[in-house]
Design a protein around this ligand. Sequence first.
Ligand SMILES: [Zn+2]
Length: 241
Amino acid sequence: MKTHKTVVVISIDALHPDSIKMAKPENILRVMEKGISTLDGTSVAPPKTLINHTAMALGKMPEESGYTVNAWKPGMPKAEGESIFSLAKKSGLKTFYVYSKELLGFLATEDVDEQYFAGMDSLSEGDRIVDETKEDYFLFLHISGLEFTGMEHGWLSDEYITKFQEIDAGLAGVIKTIMEKTDTTLVITSDHSGHEKIHGSDHPEDFKMPLIVYSDMADFSEYNNKSYKTVELKSLLSKII
Ligand SMILES: [Zn+2]
């Protein structure tokens, strides 16, 4: 059977790296065991959703790209410049973008072949794409939920940890399928975290995020247990796309 190239980035919104030790998420832990990881990642400032996803996609700091506003609505101009989607497309991959917050539509440019604003259904949309796609592809899958639990119950609260375990369980199929393949890369990361019931502030906890990479396409060991910033995602992916 001919294999196809698969590159999947999962961004779990508002995931505090300490929650991995606390929640013991079995699926994500399997990726960590077989891949590389660091819990010493940080957001670019300010540690907010659109600012950091834009930094991930464009590989530029907000002050460099000029994209410093954490707001966007349909009909407004979208991100310009080379992105992880344009790199993937140039490499011959079909590009998918699934996101669960409207403002992330800012990154759904013409280099995205199929985009889905999936709200809270992004996990099942991701499952479907991973199951059905039989060609080379790149998928960026954004998963919402933890930021709301954090705001209501607090970051790293029991409720937050339970929510993270639910997200991990929801990722079981995607993780299993990708790790059973060859020509495959899976990145699991986040945009920011929070402290108490607050996020987006200049508190150091709000900037923390993890990076986990499993790949048989390239060696990512230079990232293992090292400090990392959200803005480095594009250069990381440029090893393979
Ligand atoms: Zn966020």
